[in-house]
Design a protein around this ligand. Structure first.
Ligand code: CU
Length: 464
C-alpha cells in the first residue's frame, strides 16, 4: 500500500537525518536545557524554547508544530502573558501584577514530582518550577461505535502573588491547536470593614467584614509568525450578522492597520490569523475563539484600554506590557491602547493581544483554600491538514467511509491543482487505487486490526 510505503520511507529518511521519535529538534540560539521537544504517539509534535523573566515569568519562543509526515511549521515567534490586571468592585484598588510585582524570580512556586505526573520538572534558577508533560488530549472521545484517543503537551508554571496563586498554562494539541489558560487559586486578597458592603460578600464564620468582589483581566501577547515569513501574516475579524429573516451571513474584515476590537457575542466575533492571503480557502490559519467571554470589565474613564478585548499591532520590542509599560520603557507608550496608533500592518510582523475577564464574587469556599478557577481561550489550527490527523483507537465504519471519501476528494484537488507542497498526497496514486486502499483498511478494521497509523498518515497539508 502506498501509505505504508510512504510511512516507511519517511522514517527511513527521519532516521538518516536524526529525526527519530523523541529526539530533539535543533533550535538555533536556544540552550539545550531550555528546549522543549515533544512528540506524540501519532508522530506529530511541538518544539519551543522557554525562558523565565522576572516580570512575566515563562516566555515561549520559536514555537513550531510538526505534523506526522512534514517538516516543522513555525507558528509563534513568542507566547507570553503580558499583564494580570485586577480591578476591585469598590474601585479603591487596581493591581497590575506583572509590572507591580512580577510572576518570575522569587514569585515562582517550587513544584513537586506529584505536581507534574509522568512529566519532566525543569529548574528555573535552581528550583524545579516548570512542568512539561504529555497527557490525554481534551479532544479524545468515545461513542457507542468507536473510541478515539489524542494527546496534548502541557507546559505550566505557578506564581504566588500576594494571596493568589496563578497557574499559568499552555496546552498544545496533536492537531496543531493551542489553548492558553490561567487557573486562579490560593486565597482571597482584600476585604472591607463594612460587613454589608454591596461591593463584596460577608462570608460565613467571618464577622464584621465583607470580602470584596473583583475582576481578573488576563492579557496574553501572541506574536504569530506563521510559516517561513514573519511579515506575510494577515489578521481578519469574522462576524456573523443576523438579517430580518433570521439568516446569519459571514462577514470577514481584514485589519490592515493597528486596531483595538471588542468581543460582540451576538455577532459571534472571532479573529483569524492567516499565513498569507486569507481569502484563499486553503490558506493555513489560526482562529482565535473567545470561548470564555461571559464577564467583561470596562472602566472607560479611568482605564480606557479595558474597553477592548483584542488588539493587533506592529511588532515593537518596547511594547511589552498592556498597562504600566512606560514604567519599564520610558521612551515608549504607557498602555496597549496607545500602542494602537494606526500604523500599517501590510508586510509587517504582526502581534495580537487578547484579554479574557473573570468577575470573582467571593463564596464561603474561597475563604481559606480557594479552588482553581480556569479561564482562557482557544487558538484553533485551520487548514494545516486535509482532515483531523491520526487519533489512536478504534474507528467506526462510518468514520472509515468518511475518511475514504475525504481521501478521494483531497486526491482530486492535488491532481488538478498541483498546489500541495508537502504530504504524501503528491505521491499518492489515483482515486481508484486510493479507494482500493481504503477498502483494504476497512477489511483490516473488521478483523480487529489496528489501522490508525495507515489510514491517517497522509493527511497533512502544511504549506511551508
Ligand atoms: Cu479573584
Amino acid at each position: 500500500m502506498k501509505p505504508l510505503t510512504y510511512i516507511f520511507s519517511y522514517w527511513i529518511f527521519a532516521a538518516i537525518v536524526g529525526l527519530s521519535s523523541g529526539s530533539a529538534v535543533a533550535q538555533a540560539d536556544c540552550p539545550l536545557e531550555n528546549q522543549i521537544n515533544a512528540r506524540f504517539d501519532n508522530g506529530a509534535g511541538w518544539s519551543m524554547c522557554w525562558d523565565s523573566r522576572k516580570r512575566e515569568n515563562i516566555v515561549l519562543s520559536n514555537v513550531s508544530y510538526q505534523s506526522p509526515d512534514t517538516e516543522p511549521y513555525p507558528v509563534f515567534s513568542s507566547l507570553r502573558l503580558s499583564q494580570l490586571h485586577v480591578s476591585y468592585d469598590d474601585s479603591s484598588v487596581n493591581y497590575n501584577d506583572v509590572t507591580q510585582f512580577g510572576l518570575g524570580g522569587g514569585y515562582v512556586t517550587t513544584l513537586e514530582e506529584h505536581d507534574c505526573p509522568g512529566g519532566r520538572l525543569i529548574d528555573i534558577a535552581g528550583r524545579p518550577s516548570l512542568c512539561e508533560r504529555i497527557s490525554a488530549g481534551d479532544d479524545s472521545y468515545t461513542t457507542a461505535s468507536e473510541t478515539r484517543k489524542s494527546q496534548s503537551l502541557t507546559v505550566f508554571s505557578t506564581s504566588q502573588v500576594g494571596s493568589y496563586a496563578y497557574l499559568i498554562t499552555w496546552k498544545f494539541f496533536a492537531d496543531g491547536t493551542v489553548q492558553p489558560s490561567i487557573g486562579a487559586a490560593g486565597a482571597l486578597q482584600r476585604s472591607s470593614k463594612d460587613a454589608h458592603s454591596h461591593f463584596g460578600r460577608e462570608l460565613e464564620g467571618v464577622e464584621d467584614k465583607s470580602w470584596l468582589s473583583h475582576t481578573h483581566n488576563y492579557y496574553w501577547q501572541i506574536d504569530f509568525d506563521l510559516g517561513n515569513s514573519a511579515t506575510d501574516d494577515q489578521v481578519s475579524e469574522l462576524q456573523f450578522l443576523t438579517d430580518s429573516e433570521g439568516r446569519r451571513a459571514r462577514v470577514s474584515t481584514r485589519l490592515s492597520t493597528e486596531a483595538a476590537r471588542s468581543i460582540e457575542p451576538e455577532k459571534m466575533t472571532s479573529w483569524l490569523i492567516s499565513d498569507g492571503n486569507a481569502s484563499l480557502p486553503a490558506t493555513p490559519a489560526y482562529l482565535i475563539e473567545p470561548v470564555n467571554y461571559g464577564h467583561k470589565h470596562v472602566s472607560a474613564v479611568t482605564e480606557p484600554f479595558t474597553e477592548f478585548d483584542f488588539f493587533v499591532t506592529r511588532q515593537n520590542d518596547c511594547e511589552r506590557f498592556v498597562s504600566e509599560n512606560a514604567k519599564y520603557y520610558p521612551e515608549c507608550h504607557e498602555n496597549i491602547l496607545e500602542f494602537v496608533n494606526n500604523e500599517s500592518l501590510e508586510n509587517e510582523d504582526i502581534v495580537v493581544w487578547h484579554r479574557i475577564s473573570f468577575h470573582h464574587v467571593p463564596r464561603n469556599e474561597d475563604r481559606h483554600v480557594m479552588h482553581s478557577h480556569w479561564d482562557g481561550f482557544i487558538m484553533e489550527a485551520r487548514n494545516l491538514h486535509h482532515q483531523t490527523p491520526d487519533y489512536d483507537g478504534q474507528a467506526s465504519l462510518q468514520t472509515l467511509a468518511a475518511m475514504a471519501s475525504a481521501g478521494l476528494q483531497a486526491d482530486d484537488k492535488v491532481e488538478h491543482s498541483h498546489k500541495s507542497s508537502s504530504g504524501c498526497s503528491l505521491n499518492a496514486p489515483g482515486g481508484a487505487i486510493w479507494s482500493l486502499d481504503m477498502l483494504l483498511l476497512i477489511m483490516l478494521a473488521l478483523f480487529g486490526r489496528s489501522f490508525n497509523q495507515l489510514s491517517n498518515s497522509c493527511t497533512s497539508r502544511i504549506h511551508q
